[in-house]
Ligand binder design. Sequence first.
Ligand code: IVH
Length: 670
Amino acid sequence: MAEVEKRIEALRRVIRYHAYLYHVLDSPEISDAEYDALMRELEELERAHPELLTPDSPTQRVGAPPVEAFGEVEHRVPMLSLDNAFDEEELRAWEKRIRRLLDEKFEYVLEPKVDGLAISLAYEEGVLVQGSTRGDGFRGEDVTLNLRTVPSIPLRIPVHGDLEPPRLLEVRGEVYMPLDLFQEMNRRREKEGEKTFANPRNAAAGSVRQLDSSITASRPLSIWVYGVGRFEGAQLTTQWQALEYLRALGFKVSPDISLHDNLDDVIAEINQWVEKRESWNYEADGMVVKVNSFERQERLGVVGRAPRWAIAYKFPAEEGVTRVLDIRVNVGRTGTLNPYAVLEPVQVGGVTISKATLHNFDDLRRKDIRVGDTVVIKRAGDVIPQVVRPLEELRTGEERFFEAPGRCPACGEPVERSPDEVAVYCLNPSCPAQLVRNVEYFASQAAMDIDGFGSRQAQKFVELGLIKDLADLYYLKPDDLLPLEGYAEKSVENLLASIEASKKQPLWRLVTGLGIKHVGSTVAQFLTRHYASLKELMAAGQAELEAIEGLGPHTAGSIVRYFSQERNRKLIEKLRKAGVRMTRLAEEAEALRGPLAGLTFVITGTLPTMSREEATRFIEEQGGKVTGSLSRNTDYLLVGADPGGTKYDRAQELGIALVDEDGLRGMVET
Ligand code: IVH
């Protein structure tokens, strides 16, 4: 028996720790499968030994029967609200007011103001005993069963390490829904014909206030913890110390809090966040400035329901109203047509917006947005601005409907609409819009890896007619480029040198760069293990290709089709004449590691079919890595249907290759 008990204890400790790494620190160390296996073992042991079951076991988050109504909870330390400051001046006025009561030097803590639902968690001897909503600040609802299902809320503290659990601790925080998961959830609900939520705040609040906790459990909720209520058995004298203590116990405390000894620094920091807050995967409506010392907080006291010692600085509005000047369509690499609105420029959240996505033609029709409409636009997270809805009451009758084009706006060829998809495609292989994307892909890190050649160059050179097919890249001459703005002698020299250098790239890179459907870098590497030259590959038939391990009939068919087309054969001839390597390097015959081995990805926007989690898993399974923020070490930015925001811009600045979901699949397609 003792053995079993020990094993159960060990499993709980390990599971708690890995859940913490995953949900709180966002840096798991084991795979989902390993985690599930541990959980399964624990469940089995507990089933066999029900007498050993405790409410703080990681298996006990879900499964409580629905309740009729919530009980009431009294907040003995009230949950206050905050006064607002809308600009720097109001912040300074606030400081002036408190200076009358506090004429010594003191510190401030600055924290993000998350937009979710305020809750309180009570821990006794380290065990979560009650979770409640704020209610009117003095009395809230008992939502313990629901909050237990939120994976980043510990059922017992400390989650790991050897801190003594405090006798009593009330933890205050904000339950919220991460932006990416909110969007994914809404997309799924829409598909299944369920009502979508207007915003992450409503979604979080609605999810916590469910009588059936299994519904709460199915919603992607998380928490940021920002303060303490009552506490016993812990020595806490400042807000900063309290936050550090909470973090050490295993609570999710924002990494973006800061400590300052004067208001100027606070303001400077706020101004940084006004810009950078787009990197947050949650909605924040401002930042909270708090006097650090608890003793000083007490001296300052409370007026009405708001403390004097804290104030909320509100970010400039994220929504704006403007007019739709035009509706246009752009064409992606795979030929998808995407409508977007050209707007009368307007300031939203400190940024000038002149374009906004309309997602797709179905969405456009459903929202009934017309050229000339006055519309509400919105920026959320790192998603590019969206048109939310038209203000119908402002219509004059002059507004124009927009019809999905029957022809591609870039090449004029007829478009196709697949019946089961919302997307409209241009099928013309030499469509200039697609050529731009193809050239971009050819030169990208996934393929020929031509330094200094990105989307901007692809766009420009195709537009100017310097590039009419992929091979033209190798026929660019200094005289073509020197007259162009921004192309000084040195940069032309560098660019042409990297184009020249790419001729010697391994064969698999060329095969990848051709952009054959279903042939990404993995398949290309499979192929070059089998064929020593492009010539041999071109001669391969369907059956022969299908016999290659890792290649299916689709891919084989696509390869055969590609090489059977006259224009593609001409293209390859032209590449050969330019001096591009057409035979494999010795090492290409060697075995592969994971197709994405050594590559680091960052994800932005909304992917057409995969959730972020799925994309992450997908990349990791193929040997790649996913990180949260861009740096020079990032190899690819995986961009959703509506790329935008800071990540997108920053990727361009850093020259990081962009890839979409199709492209990603292409890189590993087998
Ligand atoms: S402190 C006495 N800190 O904002 C101070 N509140 O309008 C009470 N909120 O009800 C709250 N992030 O729901 C505090 N870092 C933060 C916060 C925060 C979000 C919410 C909370 C509160 C409301 C006050």
